[in-house]
Design a protein around this ligand. Sequence first.
Ligand code: DGI
Ligand code: FE
Ligand code: FE
Ligand code: FE
Length: 187
Amino acid sequence: MDREKALNIVKQQLTEHRYQHTIGVMETALWLAKKYGADEKKAELAAIFHDYAKFRPKEEMARIIREQGMEPALLEYNSELWHAPVGAFLAEKEAGIADREVLDAITYHTSGRPGMSVLEKVIYLADYIEPGRHFPGVEEVREMARNDLDQALIQSVKNTIQFLLKKGHPVYPDTFYTYNDLVTQED
Ligand code: DGI
Ligand code: FE
Ligand code: FE
Ligand code: FE
């Protein structure tokens, strides 16, 4: 699917603000893919669709998680986590995206997972550092992303966990597993 067609499909699902975020993720993902050797077309497509399900009703997302046999533990954690795997499912079902690597990058863009592919890392990080993001620590991660994909990824996962802890929110286990996996692989 070409960029224009993909953007048109997701635009109808998103607010203007979320659409601008998506454009930022797309541009950042293309830059990271080029720099770290991920497939640029796949990065573009995964970035465009990564938040496809962001505004689906919670009941619809919960139903899809149950019916499609996705990880049931998801339902016990923040519903913010749900749009990632549900988005991959709907991108396949409604928009015909068939590439498993692209769908996996969408599925794991919020929690990460152990053993992430370069493409999955690129999408996770692009979502975190796209130019429209403004939160404490993002500039440091942007700086790291210029030199070291894994180092930047570790810092972004760390910041996310710290943010959740500070707020007293539960942390989805895959988020911890992602962090552990990345720091035990270092050097
Ligand atoms: O969809 P975006 O806003 O672009 O970003 P995202 O998909 O990375 O994250 C969406 C939300 O999910 C964000 O508000 C933080 C939350 N989140 C990320 N990891 C975890 C989490 N929430 C819980 N409870 N546990 C997590 O591990
Ligand atoms: Fe998201
Ligand atoms: Fe994210
Ligand atoms: Fe996003």
